[in-house]
Design a protein. Structure first.
Length: 234
């Protein structure tokens, strides 16, 4: 393990009382609410379906979380090699919303329709593909390996969100395969579970972006020294 990796790893355990206390409680509460809501959706799919239609509350939350993740990534992870993080989040947010669900002529329809038209341009697709693939190869894969070595919290959240997305995709595939044999209630149940899991994926991506890389001890010491020199800066 390199010096930088060791420093990052040490930073994660520099304050064990916080890590083992409030963070675990918040995680437990969050997971409990998440599982509870999913159980409610499974038991009462019909009422939940009112929030899962195209352009509905669940889909809007998904898009908003991904859009916010994209904005945060633009501000926190600057540089061409890390631009792919924001672009992927923003493209996923645009995918969540369909222009057709909004009234033609209204602002949401105009914005989404313009984005759809722009993304259909071959040159734009090529540029986005180069930036995203280049960023993944140049920055994403090497740093994912480093994050795996130091067990970075953001990577754990990212893997959990990815697993949720895979499960949502499996539900969609199952719904398509057994479409003719499924009852109306079961079809609705699979649909609302899929949409709910996609919302969890979006929130997980936002959380991973917000957590980011742990600060090294040297960065924390430098911040503490600056804070002592200028107490009003805190």
């Amino acid at each position: 393990m390199s010096y930088e990796d060791k420093a990052c790893a040490d930073a994660q355990f520099s304050n064990p009382s916080v890590g083992l206390g409030s963070n675990q409680v918040a995680l437990f509460v969050g997971l409990s609410l998440t599982v509870s809501f999913l159980c409610v959706v499974m038991i009462w799919p019909m009422p939940a379906a009112t929030f899962n239609h195209e352009g509905g509350l669940i889909e809007t939350i998904s898009a908003a979380a991904l859009f916010l993740a994209g904005l945060v990534a633009l501000m926190r992870y600057r540089g061409i090699s890390r631009l792919y993080i924001a672009l992927v989040c923003l493209l996923l947010a645009e995918r969540e919303l369909e222009a057709d669900v909004y009234t033609e002529g209204r602002l949401p329809f105009i914005i989404l329709d313009a984005l759809d038209t722009l993304l259909d341009v071959t040159a734009v697709r090529i540029v986005l593909t180069v930036i995203i693939l280049g960023g993944i190869l140049w920055h994403g894969i090497p740093n994912s390996i480093k994050a795996f070595k130091i067990r970075a919290p953001f990577l754990k959240v990212f893997f959990l969100a990815g697993s949720v997305a895979v499960l949502a995709q499996l539900l969609e595939e199952l719904s398509g395969i057994f479409d003719e044999s499924l009852s109306v209630e079961m079809a609705v149940r699979l649909f609302v579970m899929e949409e709910t899991l996609e919302m969890y994926f979006s929130i997980g991506i936002l959380a991973a972006v917000l957590i980011g890389w742990p600060k090294s001890n040297s960065e924390e010491k430098q911040y503490d020294q600056q804070s002592r020199r200028n107490p009003d800066a805190r």
